[in-house]
Design a protein around this ligand. Structure first.
Ligand code: PLP
Length: 357
């Protein structure tokens, strides 16, 4: 299930943290697994949508979104520029080849571009010493309308913070005109109130979906974020074990005493992480318990000790919102499985029915 109201609420949290900025809802990777079309319904209030797959940009235009769309990695080959012209896509320029392609592109409508500086992430963008030459080249092109500036932080969620990158950014860009796009979710939540951080556009990804970028330092309640997604299923069987019985492939769990386990119709083919060990939190009828044994393709097992009334058909919440207002944060499940909420959201399989509620 995708929770429309939660997505809108979370987007509002980005706005509250960056009241002077416009907000890109980042909807790459099929809206972090929520589905572009579903997320769009809930996020129409965004100032624009940022993504990287051109097919996803086409899907947004097909939904009749006329506002800004930004390609976060820019175009991948020259012919992509035709789609940018046709659909009015704004695009990041992070390397000289992208400027060469633009210089050779024939268009009646000049493009809005976001020139990217590598301020220390060392993934995409021009080095500080090359940025101004790139800016001057773009500025001279008839294919270019407005030039904005963009950079990306590597440590906004952790102790290193953004100061070292902000120093490089300010030193290089302070006298260049144009709007600035800074700040992923972590930077929006943690650093935008700092003096001297000018962000005309923020890029809210994970927070929009209720994921906590700096979990477990902070949790969803701390940032007032609500789950954008619930993965739920049901018990399809129960087993009464005696001490010494094992559960699942590889017999990785042995019952220490007589106990009842439930079998849930959800497995790694649904996107539940196979590496989630015994002890991963899960809700059965809204009651917190844990998984036992290995996750298999279509099933996993849970300890029913805290939920003796559970039986065939009982609702199970793998993450998100359970019965009676009980919530299991996706970040908690991710942490138990040695990953982050981002990965779990993006990995939910197409076979999982996802209604917008
Ligand atoms: C994915 C992405 C974001 C969003 O990051 P979150 O941590 O999900 O908020 C922002 N900017 C760029 C360039 C990205 O690729």
């Amino acid at each position: 299930m995708v929770h429309a109201e939660s997505l809108s609420h979370n987007l509002g949290r980005a706005r509250a943290c960056a009241p002077d900025a416009r907000v890109w809802a980042v909807v790459k990777a099929n809206a972090y697994g929520h589905g572009i079309e579903r997320a769009f319904e809930a996020l129409r209030g965004a100032d624009g949508f940022a993504l990287l797959d051109l097919a996803e940009a086409e899907r947004l235009r097909a939904l009749d979104w006329r506002g800004p769309i930004l390609l976060l990695e820019g175009v991948f080959e020259p012919r992509d520029l035709e789609l940018c012209s046709r659909l009015n896509l704004w695009h990041v320029i992070h390397c000289t080849e992208q400027i060469d392609w633009l210089a050779a592109h024939k268009t009646h409508a000049p493009h809005r571009v976001f020139l990217k500086m590598n301020s220390g992430m060392n993934r995409l963008g021009f080095q500080p010493q090359a940025l101004r030459a790139a800016w001057a080249r773009l500025n001279a092109l008839p294919q270019v309308d407005e030039i904005s500036l963009v950079t990306h932080f590597s440590d906004a969620d952790g102790p290193r913070g953004i100061a070292h990158q902000m120093a490089a950014w300010e030193a290089t860009t302070h006298d260049l005109p144009g709007e600035r796009s800074l700040a992923n979710s972590a930077a929006t939540l943690r650093h935008l109130s700092a003096a001297g951080v000018r962000a005309d556009w923020v890029r809210a990804g994970i927070l929009t979906y209720g994921g906590v970028p700096d979990f477990p330092e902070h949790d969803a309640a701390f940032w007032d974020l609500r789950p954008g997604m619930t993965l739920r299923s049901r018990l399809i069987a129960t087993q009464n074990l005696v001490a010494g019985d094992t559960v699942g492939y590889g017999s990785t769990f042995t019952a220490p005493a007589p106990m009842r386990v439930g079998v849930v119709a959800c497995g790694y083919a649904d996107g539940y992480p196979r590496h989630a060990p015994t002890g991963t939190p899960i809700l059965v009828d809204g009651v917190r318990t844990t998984t036992v044994g290995r996750v298999s393709m279509d099933m996993l097992a849970v300890d029913l000790t805290p939920v003796p009334h559970a039986g065939l058909g009982t609702e199970v919440t793998l993450w998100g919102c359970g019965p009676r207002g009980r919530v299991l944060g996706i970040d908690e499940v991710a942490r138990a499985a040695g990953t982050i909420g981002y990965e779990l959201m993006c990995a939910v399989a197409p076979r999982v029915p996802m209604s917008l509620v």
